[in-house]
Write a protein that binds this ligand. Sequence first.
Ligand code: FAD
Length: 427
Amino acid sequence: MDGALSTRQIAVIGGGWAGLASAVAASQRGAKVSLFEMAGQLGGRARSLPGDALTPGLDNGQHILIGAYTHSLKLMAALGVDIDQAFLRTPLRLRYPRHEGLQLPPGPPLLSFARGVWAHPSWPAKARLQLLLAASTWLARGFSADARLSVSTLCTGLPKCVRQDLIEPLCVAALNTPAAQASAQVFLRVLRDALFSGAGSADLLVPRQGLSTLMATPAMKHLSAQGVHIHLGTRVQTLAAEDSAWRVNEHRFDQVILACSSSEAARLTQVLAPGWSAMAQNLQFEPIVTVYIRSPGSALPAPMVALQEGPDAPAQFVFDLGQLGTHPGLFAWVISGASAWVARGLDETANRTLAQAQQEFDWASPPEVARVLAEKRATFACTPGLQRPPMRIAPGLLAAGDYVAGPYPATLEGAVRAGQAAASALG
Ligand SMILES: Cc1cc2nc3c(=O)[nH]c(=O)nc-3n(C[C@H](O)[C@H](O)[C@H](O)COP(=O)(O)OP(=O)(O)OC[C@H]3O[C@@H](n4cnc5c(N)ncnc54)[C@H](O)[C@@H]3O)c2cc1C
């Protein structure tokens, strides 16, 4: 504890990963922290669900991290999570049901990428060369692009096989926005951090235990031990300026970190900071649908398999929860950037996913839909030229959340970084 804020009363509104990262960092700085969470549990959009008899303890959606997500990994480790136990960590490998895709060998990032592309088992040599050439151009330009450019436009010159097998699945997985509507600038930033920073930065980390055990539960334990007041089931209804302090519901605080959803942050700041509020209110959202399919005795060729999505094939990835050690015989089919599927209805989406499952794999027992989860506002749509609201709203009032202006799309890492940045900016 550095004690710099020892006389300060700080409110953190929202107990997702951003709010938890803020609360941990602010209490580390000696502040007296109160955390308000509207739900009955911490974790926000990355949490385990209470479950039912058939599907106990599922997560609200499958999450993956990459090695470059250093802030979240360090925070989990500091909270006592054993990262090696908690995650299956593998070098980047895009395995498809019937063929291998890009697979990066260990080694220095640039070399590993070049060797991985060159060894691709099914792309023609010309396609591999074109991708290496495009990547060199991105590298030479410092992985920056015109803010108005979409990922599809950025990659127009690449052959169809590269776009379909690599760019489109990576884009929708990282930005939760289809390539045609996704920001090239943010996509290149993720590529840079994943493929071209330190060794292991492109590694995939897939949780081997429930999401709540990775953050919500250890953070709750840590914060309680630090004397942080955690108010669960408490929605902040009102936020008002009072002298040089703030009133949060009926409590008075010196400074406030708004770590709630962007729409709630917009509501709470409508009068206090109308310009900021409008920017937060204007964000558009993309859903993620997870179709849990059960087939006792079955296993996939890998814990995570990439899929070719199509007009009748919704999912882009499927995870074998048996191989991940949580739910044998259960498979999480993930549909990111799912607006069009939500519009077609969840029954139709589940049926099409089941048909996709039957077509793609051989099953030891007939697969059936166990549960369908739709997070309709899963992440903001990461579109070209998007104006994201800044961290500073007003003196003593800061925003934290995956949507706050920053280099990353809506990710756990973006949320944690935003939370820690807000706590550092407390004065
Ligand atoms: C299905 C799904 C899959 C995803 N997959 C990935 C992935 O693979 N990798 C990845 O990095 N990211 C993924 N994400 C994104 C990631 O979950 C989010 O970026 C991250 O959890 C956002 O955290 P946050 O703290 O910014 O916001 P939130 O988690 O939304 O937290 C905000 C909290 O504020 C609370 N709140 C709101 N209003 C109030 C109020 N008035 N008073 C008190 N509390 C309030 C809410 O209840 C909530 O708990 C996924 C998201 C979803 C939904």
